[in-house]
Design a protein around this ligand. Sequence first.
Ligand SMILES: Cc1cc2nc3c(=O)[nH]c(=O)nc-3n(C[C@H](O)[C@H](O)[C@H](O)COP(=O)(O)OP(=O)(O)OC[C@H]3O[C@@H](n4cnc5c(N)ncnc54)[C@H](O)[C@@H]3O)c2cc1C
Length: 85
Amino acid sequence: MHLMTPTPYRVRSPRPDQADTVILTLEPVEGACPPFPPDQFTMIYASGVGENSISISGRTRSGGYAQTIRAVGAVSGALYRARPV
Ligand SMILES: Cc1cc2nc3c(=O)[nH]c(=O)nc-3n(C[C@H](O)[C@H](O)[C@H](O)COP(=O)(O)OP(=O)(O)OC[C@H]3O[C@@H](n4cnc5c(N)ncnc54)[C@H](O)[C@@H]3O)c2cc1C
């Protein structure tokens, strides 16, 4: 699949970092996360709100992405409040 193809991910474990910052663990609904070089970022779409560029801050043992998000506006606020479903 092309890297620019929109792909659904699940929120696995939001972990508070600072008062306004959360570390989200995201795993693809199907398949594996593509490998990423240092400084890579993803475009994350918060359903019904919009999308943001968010850097990949790490990789989880299960192969997911860790992404650290500071809530400053509508999109980052929606991502900050995202919970596992
Ligand atoms: C390559 C790239 C990587 C990025 N990686 C991350 C990341 O890992 N984590 C992350 O949280 N954000 C990251 N950002 C910023 C992110 O894409 C958004 O700009 C940010 O989340 C705000 O978007 P918003 O739509 O929620 O708020 P907006 O509606 O765009 O902004 C609301 C208000 O907050 C101000 N603002 C915007 N960003 C910040 C900020 N960081 N600190 C203080 N005030 C701010 C704006 O000037 C505006 O006044 C990255 C941006 C780029 C271009």
